[in-house]
Ligand binder design. Structure first.
Ligand code: ZN
Length: 278
């Protein structure tokens, strides 16, 4: 199932994409896709809905992030060999973990304001996933049972703030709008193997990143298991799993975003995003 949230910012309602690619409103049945709706039981109940009987939502309606009330936004760094190389950093022996501010979360096609003082705004397409059931010290073999579904994410980054302003990466990753999520959450039952997804990101029509989640150093199951050794993952938690090579910082010379630039992201069955820098 492709779960989404439609409507203006802060007023989003739950919905789903039907087999014809049309948005159906589910707000008569579900208050919102809050963390409790990510449980296996609730997802099974949602899957039983006959979407054809639900009201149609007008094409072109804004989409928000597909999950509401996210409590943790965790990110993995340097999870593709070539990206670690282009960043001039060692290939990690264990996953690099950082967090993004929850206030960075945005809709998949929202404009992104370049922060005042930003000189090195960059793009990062990533596979994201949402936790469905509490995960605490889970083995790799059981890890995917805790994933509710998958989504596209853009880990927008201000490289000077990330790297040159001392301390941790979070400063460069957390500005408002720096975490577009969606367009939908593809429930895990429809993606038994998350390591086969194509990832492509274009800037102003030029392909900058083109890869596959098959190239991840630490696949999703290992990421879930690893994180759960250090923290309890809660239903609704959002995790993004690192970006492949092709970011602006890795170009020679580096190339960063300007106002007016357009990023277009696609990841097969996870859908597409489009953001304009303003
Ligand atoms: Zn990233």
């Amino acid at each position: 199932m492709k779960l989404l949230r439609h409507g203006s910012r802060g007023q989003e309602r739950p919905g789903a994409l039907d087999r014809d690619g049309q948005i159906r409103d589910l707000s008569l049945l579900v208050p919102d896709f809050t963390p409790d709706w990510m449980s296996p039981e609730k997802l099974a109940a949602l899957a039983a809905i006959d979407l054809k009987r639900m009201p149609l939502v007008a094409a072109g309606t804004r989409l928000g992030a597909p999950v509401a009330g996210i409590r943790q936004f965790v990110a993995i760094g340097l999870n593709y060999r070539k990206h670690a190389e282009e960043a001039g950093l060692e290939i990690p022996k264990e996953p690099v973990v950082f967090t993004k501010a929850l206030t960075s979360i945005g809709g998949p096609n929202d404009d992104i304001a370049m922060p005042i003082g930003s000189v090195a705004m960059d793009w990062e397409i990533e596979l994201g996933f949402v936790i469905g059931s509490t995960a605490r010290q889970v083995p790799v073999g059981q890890a995917l049972q805790h994933v509710a579904g998958y989504c596209v994410a853009n880990d927008v980054s201000e490289r000077d703030w990330q790297i040159k302003r001392n301390g941790q990466w979070g400063k460069g990753k957390s500005f408002d709008g720096f975490g577009p999520i969606g367009p939908w959450l593809l429930t895990a039952d429809e993606l038994p193997d998350p390591q086969t997804l194509p990832l492509e990101l274009k800037v102003n029509g030029m392909v900058r990143q083109s890869s596959s989640t098959a190239d991840q150093i630490f696949p999703v199951a290992e990421v879930v298991s690893y994180l759960s050794q250090f923290m309890t993952l809660l239903p609704g938690d959002l995790v993004i799993t690192g970006t492949p090579a092709g970011v602006g910082q890795g170009m020679k010379p580096p190339c960063f975003l300007n106002r007016g630039d357009v990023m277009e992201l696609s990841a097969g069955p996870l859908g597409t995003q489009r953001q304009r820098v303003i």
